[in-house]
Design a protein around this ligand. Structure first.
Ligand code: IPD
Length: 277
């Protein structure tokens, strides 16, 4: 059957590539770094320029579609997922990496209809890796099919997580106590790419068994959630149960057993939801 969203997905891939070129060019130049929620929550003109590029180009082709974009929300727009076709955009996922010239930087474009994610495109700009996932049709990296790892033992697993950008000591304590418990299971290793979207793509690609984080936003994970699911992985909340895109909490695992095992070690907390009025 013809795919009703094929056109939109092709457009997402094309515009992600253009956006990636913009990001790569900007790394060569001086960049103006600004602050958002705190002194460690960074944003650059490139984040804003890339988001504008994506929104403009999508609007020209699909004038009725809606957007949730990291920088638009930072500028005061509502973060509201309706039944309308909606593009969920993180123009630069891994902004801190981008600012410091650390290689994991991605353009992330998710697409939802009737509040269900239909496809996701994550372009790792510096590595020139185009990750794509289309509901029911698989996940790919540069055209090669992706498959999660078949590991079922947490003690044989690679775990990814992040410190995030909240420096409230109580939150930091929870992050460290969770990490300590996970590390001492023991697991083979713990990593953090500095980009939620790429951590999840690493789960999809099989090099990481499980990624968890609290504090992410819907635009960090929407696209990669489709890629993980289509590579055979599972998504859940940090306390178990289904992932809620607006809750700012995610576990992306190669399988249910590993996901549920990691959930047992996480000291859960609940940041303000993305869709809080
Ligand atoms: C951030 C990155 C980071 C994660 C943060 C995100 P941004 O996104 O994905 O890895 O730890 O929670 O906010 O701000 O670079 O788009």
């Amino acid at each position: 059957m013809a795919d009703p969203w094929q056109d939109a997905m092709d457009h997402a891939v094309a515009v992600a590539r253009r956006a990636g070129t913009m990001v790569r060019d900007a790394v060569q130049n001086d960049m103006k770094v600004m602050l958002k929620s705190s002194s460690v929550d960074l944003v650059t003109q490139t984040d804003q320029k890339v988001e504008n590029l994506i929104i403009q180009s999508v609007t020209e082709k699909f004038p009725t579609h809606r957007f949730i974009g990291e920088e638009s929300v930072a500028a005061g727009e509502a973060c509201l997922l309706t039944d309308s076709p909606t593009w969920i955009i993180d123009p630069v996922d891994g902004t801190t990496n981008f600012v410091h010239g650390y290689a994991f930087v991605a353009v992330s474009i998710g697409f939802a209809v009737n509040k269900q994610l239909e496809f996701g495109v994550v372009y790792s700009c510096m590595e020139d890796k185009m990750y794509t996932g289309r509901k029911g049709r698989g996940a790919f990296c540069n055209g090669e099919a992706l498959q999660v790892s078949d590991q079922k033992e947490i003690t044989q697993s690679m775990v990814a997580t992040e410190f995030g950008s909240n420096r409230d000591p109580e939150v930091v304590d929870k992050i460290f106590s969770s990490m300590r418990k996970v590390l001492c299971l023991p697991v083979h290793g713990m990593r953090g790419a500095g980009s939620a979207a790429l951590n999840m793509c690493h789960v999809a690609a099989g090099s990481v068994e499980v990624y968890y984080e609290t504090g992410i936003h819907c635009w960090d994970v929407a696209a990669a959630a489709v890629i993980v699911a289509e590579a055979g992985g599972v998504l859940m909340d940090v306390e178990g149960g289904p992932m809620d895109l607006m809750s700012r909490r995610v576990v992306a695992a190669n399988c249910q057993v590993i996901g549920e095992r990691i959930v047992k070690e996480i000291d859960a907390f609940s940041p303000e939801r993305d869709d809080a009025a």
